[in-house]
Write a protein that binds this ligand. Structure first.
Ligand code: ZN
Length: 356
């Protein structure tokens, strides 16, 4: 029978010393601030570390990003290959076996192959993997300055995060490494899309929202969208609105679909309550208490501002009712502009936007 040791703050280990559950405090102090191994909690003094790529190594190679850099919100340019977070060698190997090896193989089969992989019972694996990427991106922000100017003492980006949601996402992402089961109801919405490829494009795209607890990951012509903590709620809310979508989607349309999902998640009033249960003699598991489903009144400007916020450099190619640049962005922020549907709600043929 498996037995567990529960510390005063709720942190739970098994008798071999494997971490089953990080209390909120333990997660915050050891993982976020001190930079212990983010999977098992071991300090640098106790284990050999080789660190974990925030964006998986196979993704970097698949998209040809070995010599590419990306821009952080503070303006710093960082190479994909050295963008890592603290992780011990044992956990790094374990993460590869659980996630990267099977998932990279599935991606190798293309859109149809990955779709089949998901339909064959691996959707939860993909969701946990996307939770892992989201987690890593935000943990890395504990080493990223808010501003690069040293004279302004604004600390690290991560210092300003509310960590409660990230604590749950951490539990989901590492559950498989600790023999913790995840109840099916815990997982959120996952969608897969085939994307139009374009020439001036490096094949990789990532954006996420801590406010909307969602992320978008594109690897060449395949995009995955995941809402981490809606327990499937946003899919239900958007099933009518996004019933028929172009296939493939343009990259701008993909951002619009993503913004709809994170906006929908923000509109859910009663949040699910997650917990890790350690029942005596049974496998520990993450479970959820689902409250009655209630929504805030729909505010199109919530969608609009989230959509405007993820358009980025695409704005250079966008015209909305004759407006360009910031003026176009302002129109998009009202939430009344669509690049997917025309004023009658039919799917557009061309991807220029118009208000309706
Ligand atoms: Zn470790």
């Amino acid at each position: 029978m498996r037995a567990f040791v529960v510390a005063k703050d709720g942190t739970t280990d098994d008798l071999e010393g494997n971490r089953i559950f990080f209390s909120f405090q333990n997660f915050k102090e050891q993982v976020c601030v001190k930079g212990s191994c983010f999977v098992c909690g071991a300090p640098h003094s106790r284990k050999k570390f080789n660190d974990e790529h925030v964006f998986p190594d196979w993704v970097i190679r698949r998209c040809g990003l070995q010599n590419s850099k990306f821009t952080l919100t503070n303006g710093e340019l960082v190479p994909y290959t050295t963008y890592k977070i603290p992780c011990c060698q044992t956990c790094n190997t374990q993460l590869s076996a659980i996630y990267e090896t099977p998932i990279s193989k599935a991606f190798h089969q293309g859109y149809e192959g990955l779709l089949k992989f998901m339909q064959d019972g691996n959707a939860s694996l993909i969701k946990a993997w996307l939770s892992l990427i989201f987690l890593k991106v935000h943990l890395r922000d504990f080493k990223n300055k808010v501003v690069l100017d040293e004279r302004l003492k604004l600390g690290m980006i991560g210092d300003h995060y509310d960590l409660h949601e990230l604590h749950h996402i951490h539990a989901v992402a590492r559950a498989a490494t600790a023999g913790v089961a995840i109840n099916d109801n815990v997982f959120g919405t996952l969608a897969i899309f085939k994307i139009e490829s374009s020439e001036d494009d490096d094949g990789f795209d990532y954006c996420d929202s801590l406010t909307g607890r969602g992320l978008l990951l594109r690897i060449n012509d395949i995009a995955l969208l995941h809402i981490l903590d809606d327990c499937g709620g946003t899919a239900g809310m958007l099933s009518k609105r996004l019933e028929v979508l172009p296939h493939p989607l343009s990259q701008l349309q993909l951002r619009e679909v993503y913004a709809h999902h994170i906006a929908a998640n923000v509109h859910i009033r009663n949040r699910p309550v997650f917990r890790t249960e350690v029942p005596l003699g049974k496998q520990p598991q993450i479970s959820v208490e689902l409250p009655d489903f209630e929504l805030h009144e729909y505010d199109p400007s919530v969608f609009g501002s989230l959509f405007a916020g993820v358009i980025g450099t695409m704005i250079a190619h966008i015209v909305v009712d004759g407006a360009k640049g910031d003026e176009a962005l302002e129109k998009i922020a009202t939430g009344q502009v669509s690049f997917i549907f025309d004023e009658n709600g039919n799917v557009r043929r061309e991807s220029s936007g118009r208000g309706h």
